[in-house]
Design a protein around this ligand. Structure first.
Ligand SMILES: *Cc1c(COP(=O)(O)O)cnc(C)c1O
Length: 396
């Protein structure tokens, strides 16, 4: 059976009524026949049928024993860190999602959990960072925004040999392209706000566990801390996931075409896209995933904030916004947006130069998106020519 058929038919018909769409069980509690005797649900923080359906569908997609759905991607990450205790150490990918960095640095550090950030594209770097206190390795692959690729299978082997948990933030790839549990990871997290939801209309997160035991532990923290996904947002998430394989296919195809266009454009310096042969992670990405995703980053020959600002305010279909993974194309300028709080020198050293622009390529017609980029570059070229003329007039 193909993944799309399997996915569509993993969405159950309501046994109560035959409803073909998943009902929204908008209820806080469930009537019991006798104290402790119920139909599998007692209180909606602990369990809700709509949320449970979303969790089962996602567990199936990632090949996990179970999944827990949260009110945001960060709440999902938070639940995984609660598996640890004071004194434990984490080894994390160095260009980790900014919100995860803030959670580790500003919240968990004061509880005695420390994080060592390393370049995870090199497995030996991770090996040398392991100490007797290391309990968790945290990967993102591809990373944001330079799309670095780490070898999940190799890192999983290393983690296993040292009795360390491996968690992969699979937000950028989605389970359609990459299944970390199959490659040996113990846990997967998603910001379901992005590709899983897919329509830029909700904030959600998921943790998927390889084993029943880990799934139970995460479920315990989901209920104990309480940042659960609401019934309505669970419905929206299911509604989004129904078309995930189809959407990902178009995101991929569009992004590949756009990356190839960018690579040969005279105003562009570097293009970061794992689907390009020039990308250092290309061969590895080809091996461990079924496609290269919908996110592209690139820098301009004129590496200035001003040039990037002109570009990102000149596109018509690419809307200027944070976030990614929705049907509408988005453009972002990380130095002035998502990575603004990072000191300039540190940001540039991580490859996020002043002119770096990130595209979340949507589902519009490829030709329209190409034309949109072309006209934004034309505007930039006109502005650069005007500046050059002014500068030469001033020096005359
Ligand atoms: C957006 C994002 C998160 C955080 O998810 P929220 O739903 O915004 O809380 C975590 N990891 C990655 C890679 C993301 O892109």
């Amino acid at each position: 059976m193909s993944i799309i058929t399997q996915l569509i038919h993993s969405i159950p018909v309501d046994p109560q009524t035959g409803a073909i769409a998943v009902p929204i069980y908008q209820t806080s509690t469930f009537v019991q026949d006798a104290p402790g005797v119920n139909k599998g649900y007692d209180y909606a923080r602990s369990n809700n049928p709509t949320r449970e359906t979303a969790e089962k569908i996602i567990a199936g997609l990632e090949g996990g024993a179970g999944a827990s759905a949260f009110a945001s991607g960060l709440a999902a990450i938070d639940a995984v860190i609660k598996l640890l205790k004071s004194g434990d150490e984490i080894i994390a990918v160095d260009d980790i999602y900014g919100g995860a960095f803030r959670l580790f640095d500003k919240v968990y550090k004061k509880f005695g959990i420390t994080v060592n950030y390393v370049d995870t594209t090199d497995v030996s770097t991770i090996f040398h960072a392991i100490t007797p206190a290391t309990r968790l390795i945290w990967l993102e692959t591809p990373t944001n925004p330079t799309l670095k690729i780490s070898d999940i299978e190799a890192v999983a082997k290393l983690a296993k040999a040292h009795n360390i948990l491996l968690c992969v933030d699979n937000t950028f790839a989605s389970p359609i392209l990459q299944q970390p549990l199959e490659l040996g990871a113990d846990l997967v997290v998603h910001s379901a706000t992005k590709y899983l939801g897919g329509h830029s209309d909700l904030i959600a997160g998921v943790v998927i566990s390889k084993t029943e035991q880990l799934a139970q532990e995460i479920k315990f923290y989901q209920n104990a801390s309480g940042a659960v996904l609401s019934p309505f947002d669970s419905f929206l998430l299911i509604r989004g996931i129904e078309t995930l394989p189809l959407r990902i296919r178009v995101h991929n195809d569009n992004a590949q075409r756009l990356a190839e266009f960018l690579e040969q454009h005279p105003l562009v310096d570097k293009v970061y896209y794992p689907g390009l042969k020039s990308h250092p992670g290309h061969e590895l990405a080809k091996r461990q995933s079924k496609g290269f995703g919908g996110i592209i980053s690139f820098t301009l020959k004129e590496d200035t904030t001003a040039a990037a600002t002109t570009f990102v305010t000149s596109t018509k279909y690419f809307k200027l916004a944070e976030s990614l993974g929705g049907i509408k194309s988005l453009v972002a300028h990380p130095a002035a947006m998502t990575h603004k709080s990072i000191p300039d020198e540190k940001r540039r050293a991580a490859g996020v130069s002043d002119s770096l622009i990130r595209l979340s390529v949507g589902l519009e017609e490829t030709g329209d998106l190409l034309e949109d980029l072309r006209q934004a570059f034309d505007k930039l070229a006109v502005q650069q020519a005007a500046h050059a003329a002014t500068a030469s007039a001033a020096s005359n």
